[in-house]
Each structure stands twice: as structure tokens, then as C-alpha cells.
Design a protein around this ligand. Sequence first.
Ligand code: DGL
Length: 272
Amino acid sequence: MNNLNSEHAIGIFDSGIGGLTVLREIKRLLPQEHIIYLGDTARVPYGTRSAQTVLKYSIANTDFLLRQNIKLLVIACNTASAVATDALRERYAIPVIEVITPGARGAVRSTRSRKVGIIGTETTIKSNAYQKAIRALNPQIEVFTRPCPLFVPLAEEGWCDPQDEIVRLTALRYLEELQGHGIDTLVLGCTHYPLLKGVIQKVMGDPVTLIDSAEETAREVEKLLEENGLLRAQTGKGTCSFFVTDIPHRFIETGKLFLGKEIETVQLIDIL
Ligand code: DGL
């Protein structure tokens, strides 16, 4: 294991570009931190694969990030968070932050009706990770779930406009079965989904609060770094380095939608 040092970067991985929504919030809160982001674009999507396969990919991603001397690992993918967190924490000595617990915490704080909806990939929903996390915080909350697999390719394609019929009808088909349960809070349990916030809000209606775990995750990163004396001293802006396992130009094109700004350089790596 590398010696943890506050000057080292925060390592983040996702199956593709979804984790950029988490990176954006971390950067907003901690602009001085260096960040190394790995998008496993050769193997996206994770959400339709088995837990064992996602774990195997998560280990390869973490091994790569550790070779870059990171001080903290952020699993910016709900699917990998749901099925790989325990194994990664056991395997590596580095602090690991996942995105499920922060999302569950946000939902518990938000709900008044004690009825919460969760949308995510098939593997995330099947893992019951959100139910477990919410139940641990408040066993009285009822949880309703729905996998929305087509949301990931829509977001990767940049098809997110709520006025677009394909986008609207896809959202309607998935979300209509969540309506009528009295849900007042819906967790966007996939890091790709914040891009579809507009259409999801439109279909669910304004009284439903959408929970995007990115902000809460960023606060958790700050807290953990602080507790471990690993916050980088405020000496100007930190750097962001991007790595992908396939087709960098696609990551650059769609990535700006997720990040809200241009990505200049992306390096192609081979960890397969
Ligand atoms: N971003 C991933 C997540 O949060 C999902 C995308 C995928 O299926 O790879 O679950």
C-alpha cells in the first residue's frame, strides 16, 4: 500500500461518464484537491452484469488507481458500490467511499410520507443495497424500486431533453409503476441519472423530491479527508486527470454534459 499523503489525488472510478456528476460535486466543494478519474468505457454498462463480474472490474479499476498513488478511493458508480464495496474495503487499506449510503441518508432526511422510491440499474436494484441502507437508518420507511436500464444508454448518448418524445416515453414507461404509492422522495440510484433529472421530475411531478447522492458523497469525502488529516492545503486549484479504457473522444464529447465543462485531455489505458 502506498503511504497516504495529503498531496496525493482522490481516485474516482465509474463504468463510464456517470461518475463525472460525483467528480463535479467533489471539485465544487474541494477545488484544491487533485483528482484522478477512471471511466471503464470498454466495459460499460456495469448495471446489466453479474455482481462477480462487476467486482472483478472494480478490482482492476482500483489496482490501476492505486498505482497512481491515490489517498482515497471513491466508487462513483451505484452498481459497483452496491456489489463491490465490502470486498474492496477488505482487500485494500485505503479509505473507500461509496455512493449508496449518502443517497440513502439524503432520502431518509427528505421523506415525510416515509415512502421512498429508488431507481437504478438492474444489478443495483437486485442487490437490495438501498433497502438495507435505508432500513438501517429508519426501519419504518417503505421502499419501492424500479430498474431503469435504458436510462444509461440515453444519458451516454446525450439524449436527456425532457421535450424529446423518446426520452419522455421511456421515463413514463419506467416511472409510472412508482406512481400511486405516495412516494414523496425518489433516489436517483445511478450516477448517470442526474442528467435525466428534468424528465424524471416532470414525470414524477414537482412534489416528489429527487435525491442525487453526488453532493452528499462530496461532503463525505471532505469529512473523511479531514478526519484522516488528508485534506490538501489550500494552495490553488487541484488538477484533474482522466483515464478511459476505450474511445477517449466519446468520453470527451459526452463527458462535458456530465461535468458541465470541457474535458481537455483523456488518456487511454489498457487494464483489461
Ligand atoms: N453509473 C453506473 C451506476 O451508478 C451505471 C452505469 C452502468 O450500468 O454501467 O450504477
